[in-house]
Design a protein around this ligand. Structure first.
Ligand SMILES: NC(=O)c1ccc[n+]([C@@H]2O[C@H](COP(=O)([O-])OP(=O)(O)OC[C@H]3O[C@@H](n4cnc5c(N)ncnc54)[C@H](OP(=O)(O)O)[C@@H]3O)[C@@H](O)[C@H]2O)c1
Length: 301
């Protein structure tokens, strides 16, 4: 199983388990622990969280229970979590509406909460979840520096920032943002259109793609555009003699020269194995790759 080196010796697995839907996996604590151990056995060592995932922000705690039961797993994995999105929830009754927050006190509070829920001493990679239009980049620099100095967070990255937002924050923040996590799938190629993918190449950043299967929508088309995309993927699946169109999508996502990482949303082992098997093996042709891109709405000229 391939690792992707984000900075120096710091690597994550090429396939990451997204924990946003972990509360829907239907696993009790023992099954959840077995699942995490099974992932590690397959070479999937990275787990993607956010403070807000799960019913009432509970998914970090579901994972923390696993680490409490088997503390020895902590050193075998990399934990990613995120903050900056405020949404009304039982834990924070003061939050009445959706907004973004990168104030020092708020980030510290969220990181401390995450550490407590995850039942661990440090976070491997903290991502600023969404771009805060009121961000104070100099203050953010101090905040991230302190989190690193205190050993609470090892590395930092951004999520859902456009290239200008990314560069502006990086200009003021001394620690390097080691990755950029954003949405990419055949029903949503904005990040090819707006230059974010090219920005990754320019900066030598390995992107992380979330919702690679459009949250499952790719399998249940709701309109003519989605129906057409499913048919295109199905015809390429046949050409490549693959089992399922998810493999076509993973091969399409992985073909970019930035050596990207895919953040899966499923807890289904068969589906996870297909994602793993999509790395390497038969290659999609350049023509097949561009067919998907153009059918997704990219105008070549
Ligand atoms: N940074 C951000 O802003 C951000 C935003 C959203 C998500 N994320 C991260 O990205 C991760 C993945 O996102 P996602 O859950 O939307 O990923 P996804 O892979 O696009 O969607 C997962 C959904 O697709 C279904 N699915 C997968 N394979 C299938 C198949 N072969 N046939 C039918 N249905 C299938 C899954 O159902 P089953 O469970 O039944 O397999 C699940 O409901 C999240 O867990 C989170 O960690 C980050």
């Amino acid at each position: 199983m391939l690792k992707v080196y984000l900075h120096g010796n710091f690597s994550i697995s090429k396939i990451v388990i997204g924990c946003m839907r972990m509360h829907e996996f239907g696993l009790n604590l023992q099954q959840r622990t077995d699942f995490v151990e099974w992932c590690i056995d397959q070479g999937i060592t990275t787990f993607d969280h956010a403070d807000i995932y799960g019913g009432n922000h509970h998914n970090e705690a579901l994972f923390g229970e696993v680490l409490q039961m088997k503390p020895e797993l902590r050193e075998k994995i990399e934990i990613i979590t995120k903050c900056s999105i405020c949404v009304p929830n039982d834990e924070n009754p003061n939050i009445k509406t959706r907004y973004f927050n990168t104030d020092r006190d708020y980030i510290f509070k969220q990181v401390n909460n995450s550490l407590e829920k995850l039942q661990c001493e440090y976070i491997d990679l903290l991502l600023i979840h969404m771009h805060d239009l009121l961000v104070n980049p100099k203050e953010l620099n101090g905040t991230l520096k302190q989190l690193k100095d205190e050993g609470k967070v090892k590395y930092f990255g951004l999520s859902n920032h456009n290239p200008l937002e990314f560069d502006t924050l990086q200009k003021y923040v001394d620690v390097k943002f080691v990755t950029h996590q954003f949405m990419l799938h055949p029903l949503g190629i904005e990040n090819y259109k707006n230059g974010t993918m090219t920005h990754c190449l320019k900066e030598g950043i390995h992107p992380m793609f979330w919702s690679p299967l459009a949250g499952g929508r790719i399998f249940n088309p709701k309109n003519a555009f989605e129906e057409n995309m499913k048919n295109v993927l199905e015809s390429i699946r046949q050409e490549l003699h693959l089992e399922n169109i998810d493999e076509v999508i993973y091969k399409w996502l992985l073909k970019h020269s930035s050596d990207p990482v895919i953040v899966l949303g499923t807890g289904n082992r068969e589906r996870i194995m297909r994602a793993l098997n999509s790395i390497g093996g038969i290659q999609m042709t350049r023509e097949q790759w561009y067919k998907i891109l153009t059918e997704a709405g990219y105008e070549l000229w």
